[in-house]
Ligand binder design. Structure first.
Ligand SMILES: [Zn+2]
Length: 330
């Protein structure tokens, strides 16, 4: 039953199909790594399917299902592209990707054509919607203000607060919940994915983030070893392989460590780094709380520019200089 819908999303699946007054635009919102993309694709497929199965599943046999997703004339998937003026790839940085205005202009032209199938239904999937840049957002808003008939817009995001308010107010919000730890564990087992118990807590219970993290295991262990050294980290000996996944990823790791330090300070427990719980607690006992809070703020600031072209090695050195300071008495 409902093979293609993840167990934790089945309620949302039924709810959306039993909503007989679908609006012009929907926001699918939920945490990173819980399967929002697959859910949206399955929904679009089922919406356009000519012979839906029980439980609203797409039949996988009609022409519409066969065209999906790449050659369906009534389905448009708008995803971020790299900005052309960006030379950052030479400097090991992750390129900034956006949904640009010309993509929305092309969408607008596409929507002027009539739909291919008889019933005339069309779906536009925008994902992740928080990567719409300012001008693209405004252009999309214009379309949503006078939505073409029989066209359903789906905006997928884990950061709905980053959408402009005028877009949000034109969409109906569908909250997608993530799996419980048990559901996530069962899911990974079902996929025959061998994982450490601690990995799911590290990804906050997101099974797909866990699958992604498995590929970064060596970087993860290098950075964990660095952070575990506390005030003894030798800034001159930082191993920059931890930047392979981009500064954004590295900062994210350090944020989780900082979170665990704070948690451990209050409760003696870790949330993300379960395996390092004892080590983190021994660090937490000697930390300077004010310095840790400052450090956390700095990480947040850095996160904002981490996907921009910056000198990543220098930024990382700075982080570790400040990291050492959180273990110095005030
Ligand atoms: Zn079908």
């Amino acid at each position: 039953m409902m093979h293609s819908i993840y167990p934790w999303l089945k309620d949302a699946w039924m709810a959306i199909h039993q909503n007989h007054k679908l609006p012009h635009a929907l926001i699918f919102k939920g945490k990173e790594g819980i399967g929002k993309h697959d859910f949206a694709i399955a929904f679009a497929k089922s919406y356009l399917c000519q012979t839906q199965l029980p439980n609203y599943l797409p039949c996988e046999a009609c022409p519409s299902c066969h065209w999906f997703p790449d050659s369906h004339p009534d389905f448009k998937h708008i995803a971020p592209i790299e900005s052309e003026d960006d030379e950052s790839s030479k400097r090991k940085t992750v390129r900034k990707k956006n949904i640009a205005i010309h993509q929305i202009r092309e969408l607008s032209e596409y929507l002027e054509l009539s739909a291919h199938q008889e019933k005339g239904k069309r779906i536009v999937l925008i994902e992740p919607a928080d990567s719409l840049n300012q001008s693209a957002s405004n252009a999309l808003l214009k379309i949503l203000e006078e939505p073409p008939e029989n066209t359903l817009f789906i905006l997928v995001t884990s950061q709905a607060q980053r959408l402009i308010a005028t877009i949000r107010s034109r969409c109906q919000l569908l909250e997608l919940r993530g799996p419980s730890l048990e559901e996530a564990r069962l899911f990974l087992d079902g996929q025959k994915i061998v994982h450490e118990e601690s990995l799911l807590s590290f990804t906050g219970g997101s099974p797909f983030s866990a699958m992604k993290e498995l590929e970064n295991q060596s970087e993860r262990s290098v950075i964990t070893q660095l952070l575990a050294q506390g005030h003894k980290v030798d800034i001159t000996k930082i191993n920059y392989t931890i930047l392979t996944q981009g500064l954004d990823w590295t900062v994210n790791m350090i944020q989780k460590w900082a979170f665990d330090l704070l948690l451990s300070f209050h409760t003696q427990q870790s949330y993300y780094f379960k395996k390092e719980e004892a080590r983190i607690y021994s660090q937490a006992k000697q930390l300077n709380l004010d310095a840790l809070l400052l450090f956390t703020n700095e990480l947040n600031e850095l996160k904002k520019i981490a996907s921009h072209p910056v000198n990543q090695e220098l930024q990382l050195q700075n982080i570790f200089i400040k990291y050492k300071q959180i273990f110095e008495p005030s």
